[in-house]
Design a protein around this ligand. Structure first.
Ligand SMILES: [Zn+2]
Length: 200
């Protein structure tokens, strides 16, 4: 395989990118001046070596000496824990400025009929974090997942998991301000705010 083909294959692994788009990316790079490609390569390397997952909520943040992000360290925040699938969901919810608790990024969701759901999300880490937070007076877990079949399936799994391990914990889910098929990633602030306000 020549390098052009290798690059196409690498772009094909990006979420939502098919072979035709991957090819377009490669020709786009070839048509730009060489500085563009070297900037891109350098910045990818820099981001990869300076941005890491927080050791508490697992969101990505540029960590210097800190292994824990500013949201997790902020003691003025409420003692609630919101579970989201991915970093962009957290960012979207943070943007509403309506939620003032803590987060946990699951790192994925569970497809229907998945035989090993615990491999699709950070289940072990999640249980550990809930246990730590419970000792410090955690009051509520909010499941903020997409309103699509995969999100619903993840929600059912998490509810069972948390109820089995922490029967006394209050669990709530986003209200139906979001319509079916909605993904948090593409929801506007008002919609998310309403879903949070009407959580049940
Ligand atoms: Zn964090």
């Amino acid at each position: 395989m020549d390098n052009t083909q290798k690059l196409i294959e690498l772009f094909k692994e990006f979420p939502g990118i098919g072979p035709r788009q991957a090819k377009r990316f490669v020709y786009f790079l070839l048509n730009r001046n060489p500085g563009y490609a070297s900037d891109l390569a350098r910045i990818i390397n820099e981001v990869r070596s300076t941005v890491h997952a927080c050791n508490t909520c697992f969101r990505f943040f540029p960590n210097g000496v800190n292994k824990t992000c500013a949201i997790c360290l902020d003691e003025t925040r409420e003692n609630t824990l919101m579970l989201v699938s991915q970093d962009v969901d957290l960012e979207n919810i943070e943007k509403t400025k309506f939620y003032n608790g803590h987060y946990f990024v699951l790192g994925g969701s569970i497809p229907i009929l998945e035989k090993n759901p615990e491999k699709r999300i950070r289940q072990k880490d999640l249980l550990q974090i809930i246990e730590n937070r419970t000792k410090n007076g955690l009051t509520e877990i909010i499941l903020a997942l997409n309103y699509n079949p995969e999100g619903e399936n993840t929600l059912t799994h998490l509810k069972e998991l948390i109820t089995d391990n922490f029967p006394a914990l209050k669990i709530s889910t986003l209200g139906r301000g979001l319509s079916t098929g909605t993904e948090l990633e593409y929801s506007d602030s008002d919609t998310i705010k309403n879903a949070l306000k009407n959580r049940q």
